[in-house]
Design a protein around this ligand. Structure first.
Ligand SMILES: [Zn+2]
Length: 347
């Protein structure tokens, strides 16, 4: 009998809904713009419409119909998992406290597993990506995208904390007098290791006269009517731009500090670095490992003899493998792993 798992990856700009087989092979996915300004009810209707369409197309009805493994949703966090409510989300103005899980369950007439997107991505990388060959019960993934998300798996379960907001390592302070973050604090890791942060810091380096290569890039992009992106900066660094190389070295330093806190606190066997910024691994990882070594006693005690080679009882830090599809795949995996609910609550 056919089994179908549905994943939903919701963010401030795009909404993706994907159908997967029970073996997690992709079947079909739908992408659309997230109608944030139209309000939560409109977006819930979009999600429910897409999920129903995929179920109807691939599961059939009546005798011989397949089985629905479940519907999982990855949304920006933090989320109160006991109530299934969204927290304060900078990219979703006016949505504060929205009871997304109840609204989706009502619209679909089905149970929904809701997790923050970083937890969904961590689940995918743990079971189907960089963690697939390394069988571990516990791991942590940092997702460096527009913001910095993180997901922690402890003893086979996503770590939720008290109400579901645990594992927000992107908002751990790195510098107490740093810039104000979208969360309201100052100097969070997100302000130094996200794609948004890279562009901000690059612009500051260009304005201060510290990075002439970046200043030239900004001017060239301006002529085209475009703004610089993290990808442009990575290309500039690979082309030898000294300012851009320094930018990525600083990223490695700040990321290394963030990782040092995690490694020293958690002592897990596996840490995965994902998200769009992680594709610049060649530009920041040397500094990241050096900083991690310098600032984490626990890492020094568990450091492997070679980076990127998993050794028994040693701390392994590696780039993600799945890429931008991790959030969608992980969302589809949530129901099967009993995730997406507060601890002790079942679907
Ligand atoms: Zn923050």
């Amino acid at each position: 009998m056919t089994e179908l798992a549905i994943g939903v990856d919701l963010n401030g700009t795009s909404l993706r809904i994907g159908a997967f087989t029970g073996g997690l092979e992709p079947v079909e996915s739908i992408s659309m713009v997230t109608r944030v300004a139209a309000g939560p009810d409109a977006v819930v209707a979009d999600i429910a419409g897409g999920v129903r369409r995929l179920i109807q197309s691939h599961l059939g009805s009546g005798k011989g119909a397949g089985k629905l493994a479940g519907v999982g949703v990855g949304s920006p966090g933090p989320i109160n998992l006991i109530e299934g409510r969204l927290g304060r989300l900078p990219n979703f103005p006016g949505w504060d406290g929205f009871a997304l899980r109840d609204a989706l369950e009502q619209a679909l007439g089905l149970p929904v597993a809701l997790e923050c997107d970083a937890n969904a991505a961590a689940l995918a990388e743990w079971k189907a990506g960089a963690g697939k060959e390394i069988v571990v019960d516990s791991m942590c993934m940092l997702t460096l995208g527009t913001g910095v998300g993180s997901g922690i798996v402890l003893d086979g379960k996503i770590w939720h904390g008290m109400v579901g907001m645990g594992g927000e390592a992107g908002h751990v302070p790195i510098l107490p007098d740093g810039p104000v973050c979208g969360c309201g604090s100052r100097g969070c890791l997100e302000m130094y290791a996200s794609a948004t942060a890279l562009v901000r810091i690059a612009t500051e380096m260009a304005v201060s006269g510290e990075a002439k290569d970046i200043a030239q890039l900004i001017e060239a992009k301006k002529v085209e009517g475009k703004a610089i992106t993290a990808l442009d900066l990575a290309l500039l660094a690979r082309g030898g731009g000294s300012g851009a190389r320094e930018l990525y070295r600083r990223l490695g330093f700040h990321l290394g500090l963030g990782l040092a806190g995690l490694v020293s606190t958690l002592d897990l066997p596996l840490y995965i670095i994902g998200g769009g910024v992680a594709s610049a691994w060649d530009l920041f990882s040397d500094q990241m490992f050096e900083t991690l070594h310098a600032y984490s006693y626990v890492y020094r005690l568990g450091e492997p003899s070679q980076r990127l080679k998993k050794e028994k009882d040693k701390t392994f830090v590696c780039p993600a493998q799945i890429g931008p599809g991790a959030g969608l795949l992980g969302a589809a995996m949530l129901p099967a792993f009993g995730a997406g609910r507060a601890q002790g609550e079942s679907l």
